[in-house]
Design a protein around this ligand. Structure first.
Ligand code: CUA
Length: 227
């Protein structure tokens, strides 16, 4: 989860988020190289004394500095497209979770079983226990099995919300009258936190998302004992 003064991405808890972090680092390296080269050239332009009154054009150098940036962009575009299509690919999800945005809380439905459904409200700071996270914990957490493909369907009943969990690489809008789909795969047990990320009104900041990732055995247990 996010901690104080962290400027980096959170650690990934899914293979696709790992790929996205790799892509981010790769692109950042290219950006740093360009910025360094351009600032070096600009400094030089300001401080040197090479002056040529008759220099108006140079076909070869203009050709090079037109083609070079276009060529560089390919190294960003191709991995980006690969990731884009990879993120949308869904094969054989084990379960489907439906997530509905409301002003200002989320509600969830596990329609694969005896239609389990519940609301998930943020825990007010006044009622916080010692092991809970302020402004980030909820009364009813999402329970999901780790190491399994999970499909999530997202919609809303009022305004646009956004179901976002950084460590899993999920960010999908919840639109009223629409049903959006995405998927993820949690590769370890633990708690994963997220928040709404579409400005949805006065309490936008107070509709967090919590996933509790557990083993499939314990998940089946949870399903069986759900009342
Ligand atoms: Cu819901 Cu912001």
């Amino acid at each position: 989860m996010a901690t104080w003064s962290n400027l980096n991405l959170q650690n990934s808890a899914s293979p696709l988020m790992e790929q996205m972090i790799f892509f981010h680092d790769h692109t950042l390296i290219i950006l740093i190289m360009i910025t360094t080269l351009v600032s070096y050239l600009m400094m030089n332009l300001f401080f040197n004394k090479y002056i040529n009154r008759f220099l108006l054009e140079g076909q070869m150098i203009e050709l090079i500095w037109t083609i070079l940036p276009a060529f560089t962009l390919i190294f960003i575009a191709l991995p980006s497209l690969r990731l884009l299509y990879l993120l949308d690919e869904l094969n054989n999800p084990l379960i489907t979770l439906k997530s509905i945005g409301h002003q200002w809380y989320w509600s969830y439905e596990y329609s694969d079983f005896y239609n389990i459904e519940f609301d998930s409200y943020m825990i007010n700071s006044n009622n916080l226990k010692n092991n809970e996270f302020r402004l980030l914990d909820v009364d009813n957490r999402i329970i999901l099995p780790m190491n399994n493909q999970i499909r999530i369907m997202v919609t809303s009943t009022d305004v646009i919300h956004s179901w976002t969990i950084p460590s899993l690489g999920v960010k999908i809008d919840a639109n009223p009258g629409r049903l959006n789909q995405t998927n993820f795969f949690i590769n370890r047990p633990g708690m994963f936190f997220g928040q709404c990320s579409e400005i949805c009104g006065a309490n936008h900041s107070f509709m967090p998302i919590v996933i509790e990732s557990i083993s499939i055995k314990n998940f089946i247990n949870w399903i069986n004992n759900y009342s």
